[in-house]
Design a binder for this molecule. Structure first.
Ligand SMILES: CC/C=C\C/C=C\C/C=C\C/C=C\C/C=C\C/C=C\CCC(=O)SCCNC(=O)CCNC(=O)[C@H](O)C(C)(C)COP(=O)(O)OP(=O)(O)OC[C@H]1O[C@@H](n2cnc3c(N)ncnc32)[C@H](O)[C@@H]1OP(=O)(O)O
Ligand SMILES: CCCCCCCC/C=C\CCCCCCCC(=O)OC[C@@H](O)COP(=O)(O)O
Length: 317
């Protein structure tokens, strides 16, 4: 998928960050906090992971539903991805346990947290801003109100192993609305990511202070998005890591290994002349194609969950 983004669609991923922090990226464990408003934000995240050499050890706090997505979900299970049900009563122990397993992870990892908990839609935004008002918090224009419990439990469990929080804010040039189907159709997008490295020691230990810290971080992220909307760029210098050939080589290798025998099999099936065999092959191909379309649907915001709508308390204070 990274090869499809970088080499097939030719999407440009530009990084805005402080040159002093740049050498540390990929050379330490970090908690990444990213906004969640685009259908391919996870793919841009993977692309940066690839460029800094941590793709294989990229982790995320993901909703449990994604564990059942064929291939990708199974892969995540084996990669020790942390899953949550977005029900705090159940997540508080399971998430903490999974995070503990990362304590002795043998490679540098990035642990991604979408603190908004769900993707931005106008309706979810309106509801979450009612919650913000009830809590006496300032309104956010470009983000949903962050959920603080997952962040707190992550900081608590990774303190001592993770060195920093990478506050990451993503946007696309010219009001592009990127989609995975667009990528697969070869459409080129222009992603801009602004990253601030914040040492983990500066995140408060106390739960209430940690929550307030995260709310303040999202207010700052909102101001960066405002800056981007007004000027077309993020503050700070551009320090973009170059595209590397490995994802393409990997893709070409596996394509040869898989597609050659598949092609031979298909040729044999067609030359068998058996209507039953050819029909069965047609059914299998159609099912696989429908399965892939369903998987792509998982990335589409229109088909997203009701989380952040259904569960909104009317009187939150
Ligand atoms: C140099 C380059 C740097 C960076 C490169 C960038 C990135 C690369 C990094 C890594 C890449 C790795 C992998 C990427 C690959 C794939 C990722 C794909 C997808 C996965 C994404 C997801 O699945 S997101 C969904 C799951 N994740 C989360 O939900 C995380 C955030 N959530 C939490 O932390 C939650 O607290 C929780 C899940 C732990 C528990 O959920 P629960 O619903 O029970 O939450 P809360 O108890 O917290 O909720 C109640 C509180 O929330 C307040 N609130 C706010 N808004 C609302 C609302 N609309 N309705 C109800 N309540 C709301 C509420 O007031 C409560 O407040 P309290 O004060 O009482 O806490
Ligand atoms: C020949 C090549 C064909 C390649 C086909 C590729 C097919 C792979 C398609 C999809 C991979 C599935 C990855 C799913 C990752 C979705 C991440 C995501 O964004 O989850 C949303 C979640 O955060 C919040 O969900 P809600 O907003 O609450 O709902």
């Amino acid at each position: 998928m990274v090869a499809a983004l970088e080499w097939w669609s030719g999407t440009e991923c530009t990084l805005y960050t402080d040159p002093k922090s740049y050498p540390l990226y990929g050379n330490e464990n970090a908690i990444v906090v990213l906004n969640h408003a685009f259908e391919i934000d996870f793919l841009c995240g993977w692309t940066f992971c690839e460029r800094f050499g941590v793709l294989g050890s990229s982790k995320v706090l993901a909703k449990k539903e994604l564990a059942y997505v064929p291939v990708i979900g199974w892969m995540w299970y084996f990669l020790e991805i942390v899953f949550c049900k977005r029900k705090w009563e159940e997540d508080r122990t399971t998430v903490a346990q999974s995070l503990q397993n990362l304590q002795d992870y043998p490679e540098n990892y990035w642990f991604l947290l979408y603190c908004e908990g769900t993707r931005f839609t106008p309706k979810k935004h309106q509801i979450s801003m009612q919650v913000a008002e009830g809590k006496g918090l300032p309104q956010l224009k470009y983000h949903l109100l962050p959920r603080t419990k997952g962040f707190y439990v992550t900081v608590q469990n990774l303190r001592g192993t993770a060195a920093a929080v990478y506050d990451s804010t993503l946007n696309f040039r010219n009001n592009e609305v990127p989609t995975l189907l667009g990528i697969l159709n070869g459409k080129k997008y222009h992603a801009d990511l602004y990253v601030r490295r914040i040492p983990l020691e500066s995140v408060p230990d106390d739960e209430a202070e940690c929550a307030a810290w995260l709310h303040k971080l999202y207010q700052e992220k909102d101001s960066f998005q405002d800056h981007y909307t007004r000027t077309g760029h993020f503050p700070g210098p551009i320090m973009s890591p170059p595209r590397r050939p490995w994802s393409l080589i990997n893709w070409l290798f596996w394509s040869c290994v898989v597609l050659y025998p598949l092609g031979l099999l298909l040729a044999q099936l067609l030359s068998s002349g058996s209507v039953l065999t050819i029909t069965a092959a047609g059914v299998v191909c159609s099912s696989v194609s429908m399965g892939i379309r369903w998987m792509i649907g998982q990335t589409e915001i229109d088909k997203g969950s009701n989380y952040g709508i259904k569960t909104a308390p009317l009187n939150n204070n």
